[in-house]
Write a protein that binds this ligand. Structure first.
Ligand SMILES: [Zn+2]
Length: 170
């Protein structure tokens, strides 16, 4: 962000002191005399599990053969849970039983904070929609092998799988 979104003036970097704490150099508009904190998108992504956490659903999109997670941008006015429910419904037709926060990462390429959740759905009977080319359920060991490697999807999946035993035993 180079210019002020209110008045168009060029932003300068200025030290930001908040309640006595130095937050570092933040873009500042000298005309409005306001800090203009950098903006970014918020997206949700989710590891979808069946009822007893024995299988996970991976999808393929955009004509690529990579097995990835259901994900999408949070639209203005939505909270994370609502965005998650909507994306799952749009991409798989499935209804959510419950959901838990898993992990989050900033993704430079799309300037997005991606919030990842562990979600359980009531039925394994998904319906492919226009947004999804292919989807399939995998047992958890196979999912680790077939997930698109070295991406955020894989690191989210591995973190989620570490947490699953405690949900199942609870
Ligand atoms: Zn301004």
């Amino acid at each position: 962000m180079k210019y002020c979104m209110e008045c168009g003036a060029e932003l300068v970097l200025k030290e930001c002191i908040n309640f006595g704490l130095n937050e570092g150099e933040i873009p500042f508009c000298p005309v409005c005399s306001e800090f203009r904190f950098p903006m970014f998108n918020v997206a949700v992504s989710t590891i979808i599990f069946n009822k007893d956490f024995s299988k996970t659903l991976l999808i393929q999109q955009y004509g690529r053969k990579n097995n990835i997670l259901v994900a999408g941008y949070v639209t203005k006015g939505e909270n994370l849970a609502e965005a998650l429910k909507r994306e799952i419904k749009e991409e798989t037709g499935l209804d959510v039983i419950d959901t838990k926060f898993n992990d989050s990462e900033y993704f430079e390429k799309s300037n997005s904070l991606i919030c990842n959740f562990i979600t359980r759905v009531g039925s394994e009977d998904f319906k492919l929609t226009e947004e999804v080319d292919y989807a399939a359920w995998y047992d958890l060991n196979t999912a680790k092998e077939v997930i698109y490697h070295n991406g955020l999807a894989e690191s989210f999946l591995l973190k989620a799988l570490e947490k699953i035993p405690q949900y199942v035993l609870r």
